[in-house]
Design a protein around this ligand. Structure first.
Ligand code: SAM
Length: 288
């Protein structure tokens, strides 16, 4: 059995298959042998569980997932990796590779087709250039999945898991908390990858909530309010919300007064519930 986290094994594979890393596709492969077993364990790979992996590389995490889970479906965009994976994953009969860009895959259909009767989790070392679009795609689709365990850039991990009401919070933090309970599992240094990226990383897990963290009348308005309030961090709510939601400053001021929220507050100071209240009030206003 090949040790796919060993540099000599990776170099041998790259030479034999004439493979070169694509920076544009975020190809930094894991070479730290302790990371993938931890990710697979803490990501919930176990008997009776189906795992979706995004971006296989040469299969170093895939192997750990397949050794623990009932089935693994990998979505990998780079067809140059397919012959390598045929060799490195040869010993497993519970892995399916989908050679497609993840954002183009109908994941509801995939789950129905591949994971009948199984609990489903996502576990992946994400390509960093599309971390947020992938997370939002997974969350907004309301997939029947238990959790999403992913390696992301350290700064992204801090932002994604930030608590509302803190300086680190951004629109993505609120969106993530609307759908899930996020936590940082463990840090991973840049030296754990080949080639080494310029940044450190973290593994995070998002445990999907059975229903959204706040009940709102209209989700589109809720996300418009979140984006609007957090797009210009130094501006007050009256300024950001009137600009982004085409309301007069007076209307926003009145609405905030009614909710007993200071009009000079900034988006980063609000709780998720307050965002929900503002969104409901704006939605009601726009129905008149
Ligand atoms: N899992 C491997 C590991 O840990 O060594 C590789 C991780 S590497 C950071 C990211 C992987 O995602 C690469 O294999 C890359 O080709 C793949 N990838 C990049 N963009 C993708 C996309 N849009 N859809 C699916 N896979 C993608």
């Amino acid at each position: 059995m090949q040790d796919l986290s060993k540099i000599s094994v990776i170099k041998d594979l790259l030479t034999r298959y004439g493979f070169t890393f694509s920076k544009a596709l975020g190809q930094n492969f894991l070479i730290n042998p302790s990371v993938c077993p931890r990710m697979a364990e803490q990501g919930g790979a176990a008997p009776g569980v189906g795992v979706i992996e995004i971006g296989t590389g040469i299969g170093v995490l895939t192997k750990e997932l397949a050794a623990r889970a009932q089935k693994v479906v990998c979505i990998e965009i780079d067809s140059r990796l397919l012959p390598i994976l045929e060799e490195t994953l040869d010993e497993f009969d519970n892995i399916t590779i989908v050679n497609q860009a993840v954002l183009k895959v109908d994941l509801h259909q995939l789950i129905q087709r591949e994971f009948s009767g199984m609990d489903v989790v996502v576990c992946a070392n994400l390509p960093y250039y599309i971390t947020s679009p992938i997370l939002m795609y997974l969350l907004e689709a309301r997939l029947p999945i238990r959790s999403i365990t992913v390696m992301v850039q350290k700064e992204a991990a801090v932002r994604i898991t930030a608590q509302p009401g803190t300086r680190e919070v951004g629109a993505i933090s609120l969106a993530v908390r609307y759908y899930s309970r996020p936590q940082i599992l463990f840090p991973v240094s840049r030296g754990s990858f080949m080639p080494a990226p310029d940044v450190d990383s973290c593994v995070i897990r998002l445990d999907i909530l059975p229903q959204p963290a706040v009940a709102v009348k209209d989700e589109a308005t809720f996300f418009q309010v979140v984006k609007g309030a957090l797009s210009q961090r130094r501006k007050t709510l009256v300024n950001t919300l009137s600009g982004s939601l085409s309301l007069s400053k007076g209307q926003v001021q009145q609405l905030l007064d009614r909710l007993e929220i200071s009009p000079t507050a900034r988006g980063e100071e609000l709780t998720l519930e307050q965002f929900g209240q503002i969104a409901d009030a704006i939605y009601a206003l726009k129905q008149i």
